[in-house]
Design a binder for this molecule. Structure first.
Ligand code: GN1
Ligand code: MG
Length: 360
């Protein structure tokens, strides 16, 4: 705690840190809520996982460019509640966008007052969330130069399958024999799941700035269920729009938890799908291509499948990537994602029909 306080102090001029306590439930970075003596503002301190985000300069510059761009856009649109509608990076005392303590990289942002996160939401909130992500993508559509890839090939399904197949071949943790059924489920869908990369090579599908981690708990809501802003901008980078749409469906559209061990609770919620899609298309229909719109339901399958593949890869590798609560955690996550994937597949025709009706 004293060590964390002295790290937090590296971001503030003339005021002292009072408390630093664990905050949030991210699987990658470590996050702390920070208060100051004699100042009512609160802050969020994060230890950046630099084994995963290897280029911290690029990472922090991306975030600065995104938040500055959004702030300018919001001002142009007449928004006044700016500190609640986008993240505010607090530079370290030396002016850098992070602080390096010789071992770890740290960053600070303003904690958005009177904001809430959810793991599960109602259709009404999903509608606002859909509008918010459509708006987020629209605001970033004219960022001057392409952003860097903070994790190269992050949502590239061909790359994720290669990592998975390497993990199967190496069987590092000796767990392969337990998961034969899951490996088969992944392999039978492998070709179908790589169509975005194929369409991109053929010049039919484009890349846009995406958030690439649009799970529901990366959105802040106000007291009325309206979205304040999108947080966790680490993975914002060029990608396919189906990624962001799909990750929200994977997280908010799941009746159970991402790591539910009670698989009977895990299924796809069509009411959330309908509400989110309606909100999203109200904002995004005018900039999406017909192919992108057609691929939206595929995005829900793709990102759930990708997450299954990534969790199982980590399980096979001996839990080197995601934070875990037990040695079977990544296996439980994989089984829950497979159950959700099957439920999305069952609803797939209805999803396509709903979108066709909306846009025609
Ligand atoms: C990680 O940062 P966090 O915990 O929201 C992961 C996402 C996964 C998610 C699964 C950089 O997100 O890609 O979808 O876990 N982020 C990274 O819950 O790998
Ligand atoms: Mg997060």
């Amino acid at each position: 705690m004293t060590e964390l306080i002295s790290i937090a102090d590296c971001f503030f001029h003339g005021v002292a840190t009072e408390t630093v306590s664990p905050f949030g439930d991210g699987l990658i970075n470590s996050t702390y809520r920070t208060t100051l003596k004699n100042d009512s503002k609160e802050f969020v301190l994060q230890k950046i996982n630099h084994h995963i985000f290897k280029d911290v300069d690029l990472l922090q510059n991306n975030i600065k460019r995104i938040t500055d761009h959004i702030r300018t856009k919001l001002k142009e649109q007449g928004e006044t509640d700016l500190d609640r509608k986008t993240l505010t990076l607090i530079p370290a005392k030396d002016g850098k966008l992070y602080y390096f303590d010789g071992e770890n990289y740290w960053r600070m942002t303003l904690l958005i007052p009177k904001s809430k996160t959810y793991q599960a939401i109602t259709p009404e909130y999903a509608y606002f969330a859909g509008k918010a992500f459509g708006h987020f993508q629209a605001m970033l559509s004219d960022i001057p130069e392409p952003l860097g890839e903070t994790i190269p090939d992050f949502h590239n399904m061909e790359f994720r399958l290669k990592q998975f197949r390497d993990a199967v071949a190496q069987n590092e943790a000796g767990r392969l024999s337990e998961v034969g059924d899951l490996v088969a489920e992944i392999e039978t869908r492998a070709d179908e799941m790589c169509i975005c990369e194929q369409l991109y090579r053929e010049g039919k599908l484009l890349k846009r700035i995406n958030h690439c981690d649009t799970k529901v708990n990366n959105m802040l809501f106000d007291e009325d269920g309206k979205v304040l802003c999108v947080i966790d901008l680490d993975t914002a980078m060029p990608g396919f729009v189906v990624s962001d749409y799909g990750d929200f469906m994977r997280s908010a559209g799941n009746r159970g938890k991402e790591d539910d061990t009670n698989l009977s609770k895990v299924s796809f919620n069509m009411e959330i799908f309908k509400a989110y899609t309606k909100g999203y298309l109200e904002e995004a229909q005018n900039f999406l291509t017909p192919l992108e719109i057609e691929l939206l339901p595929f995005g829900a399958k793709l990102i759930t499948y990708m997450q299954l593949t990534r969790f199982l890869t980590d399980y096979l590798n001996g839990d080197i990537y995601y934070k875990i609560n037990s040695f079977t955690h990544n296996l439980e996550r994989s089984r829950a994602q497979l159950k959700l994937l099957k439920s999305i597949e069952e609803n797939y025709c209805d999803m396509q029909g709903f979108i066709n009706n909306l846009v025609n």
